[in-house]
Design a protein. Sequence first.
Length: 183
Amino acid sequence: MNAPQINPALMQMEDIVLPQPISQLPIAPGYWLVAIIIIAAGVITFIKLRKRAKYHAPRKAALAQLQQLDINDSQYPSQINSLLKRTALSYLPRQDFAQLDGDQWFKWLELRLPQAEQGQIGLLLAKRYQACGLNAAEKQQLFKLAKSWLTKKARFAPLNAIKSIANSANTQANSPQEASCSQ
């Protein structure tokens, strides 16, 4: 048998030369700008979420403590009052907050409650030192009000908000008297 004849034209062919692979770097400046914006947005979002979590941590801890309080304890209203004060102290300056007591304290507490629930927490907390104290239904209502106060995520009202409420209440209280005197 004869060996197959090799075509002389095929002998002159060379291997295919592939072009250099296209580099991914350096990328266009627009992509760098988009990458920087995405990274900055991610960092800013992370920082804000961390600040928010840190800001709400005392409130969440107070909610956990509220759940652990014994509603049948005779000191239950006092325990809730001290829990709310400790929570408020973690958000407001101590020197400004120390002046709040009695009606001013109750008015400040009501600033965080929904409109339908305002005016109740002060009455219930005022009964904590009375001889009869709170009955089971009032304790349950106090628990719901405290829980509502602690679950609200809005920032705490500044202490001067009470003064503006007191001034508006005084103005409203004085205006009818002045009107009746002028007649």
